[in-house]
Design a protein around this ligand. Structure first.
Ligand code: SF4
Ligand code: SF4
Length: 372
């Protein structure tokens, strides 16, 4: 492990740029921390933190100049890998012939700066779904190849995250090129940095020659432990799949359905949700047509539309499907939970529905049912 002093942090930008990377990282905009192109360390939200709770997100000033002193915001990295809209092909008429033009992309080399542990797990889940299943997503595959990942260990828990319950954080374990831990002391601000790949080693060697001491490594580890201790939300995963499978008729689904607006926010902000729809567009002349793939949500009525109507016509059936898929059927389908505990669906639900509370309520009523 090596040390990068805060005063040298801009070297990371210089080295990545010299290798042709566009740097994407957290920045403060419109009252939230979002992911966007960043040019320099000045674009990072220094000295900002966030307050998150059910349906609540606020930025607030910290009493220090931490660069990564906040939890995840509304954006996730899927907006760069599994993009919100992608044209798949276009077609044009040439006389009586129809010419098809499949779209091909040459994505830029991107360096993701500030990827949290839960987000690395979310990327791994999308890799499994979109690359390792029977149908590989070619666009995702091309975008995914050139990504350089600079992870950041969380040293501050968000108000809605529960990664510890899902065993996805706050400590970064794999899937990164570099992993940073930010340490703030009274008179010093530095990063303990670990390389996870040969590319990571090469970048790190160009920035720092200073090996981390045992004391510095200890300080970094304690900073991550602090985030773990701050985490208030939990989700009991013991037998969760079986619990949900035997509770399709639990009255709690009616209770949550009375509040759920079917707005789809929870699926759009979720870093693992991958559902899409297809839209065909023609121009007025009838000579040109395009097929586009767009993010969709299982909260939309038309998502489960088949001849004669929607399979999931009620808010109750849609919420039950979503939560049961995330926490139960996903395990049968992809071998893991579909939830990494990032807390976004809780923060960005306009009526403050909390997946941990709903799962907890079902567990409580299941226990009572068993005791009867
Ligand atoms: S279900 Fe909610 S907490 Fe879980 S990964 Fe998706 S947005 Fe995050
Ligand atoms: S649970 Fe909340 S965010 Fe999700 S669809 Fe219902 S109201 Fe919208």
């Amino acid at each position: 492990m090596k040390i990068i002093e805060r005063s040298d942090f801009s070297l990371l930008f210089a080295v990545l740029k010299s290798k042709g990377f566009i740097i994407i990282g957290p920045t403060s905009r419109d009252g939230a921390i979002i992911y966007d192109d960043i040019q320099s360390v000045e674009d990072l939200p220094a000295g900002w933190s966030d307050e998150q709770d059910c349906g609540k997100y606020r930025l607030r000033r910290r009493n220090d100049e931490a660069l990564f002193g906040y939890a995840v915001g509304p954006h996730s990295w899927k907006k760069y890998l599994h993009v919100a809209e992608q044209r798949l092909w276009s077609a044009s008429k040439n006389g009586s012939d129809l010419e098809m033009h499949p779209d091909q992309i040459v994505p830029p080399k991107l360096a993701f700066l500030g990827v949290r542990s839960c987000e690395l797990h979310a990327i791994a889940i999308q890799d499994k779904v979109l690359l390792q299943g029977p149908y590989e997503d070619d666009f995702y595959s091309v975008r995914r190849k050139n990504i350089f990942i600079i992870a950041v260990n969380c040293t501050q828990a968000g108000g809605t995250c529960f990664c510890a319950s899902m065993k996805t954080g706050p400590r970064v374990s794999e899937g990164f090129d570099l992993a940073l831990t930010e340490v703030l002391e009274k008179d010093r601000h530095y990063f303990v940095v670990e390389a996870g790949t040969e590319n990571g080693k090469e970048v790190l060697a160009a920035i720092s020659k200073t090996e981390a001491t045992e004391k510095e490594k200890q300080e970094a580890s304690e900073a991550i432990d602090k985030a773990l201790q701050q985490m208030r939300r939990t989700l009991d995963t013991e037998g969760l799949k079986e619990l949900l499978y035997r509770n399709y008729d639990n009255p709690r689904w009616d209770h949550v359905a009375k509040r759920c607006l079917s707005c789809a926010n929870c699926t759009i902000v979720c870093p693992t949700c991958f559902c899409t729809t297809i839209e065909d567009v023609t121009d007025l002349s009838g000579n040109h047509a395009e097929r586009r793939q767009k993010w969709d949500s299982c909260f939309h009525m038309q998502f489960s539309y088949i001849h004669g109507g929607s399979v999931r016509a009620s808010a109750k059936s849609r919420y039950r499907q979503w939560m049961t898929h995330k926490l139960a059927t996903w395990q049968d389908q992809f071998g893991s939970s579909g939830c990494v505990g990032c807390g976004r669906c809780i923060t960005w639900c306009p009526v403050g529905i909390d997946i941990t509370e709903e799962a907890g309520a079902i567990r409580q009523s299941d226990k009572k049912g068993v005791m009867k």
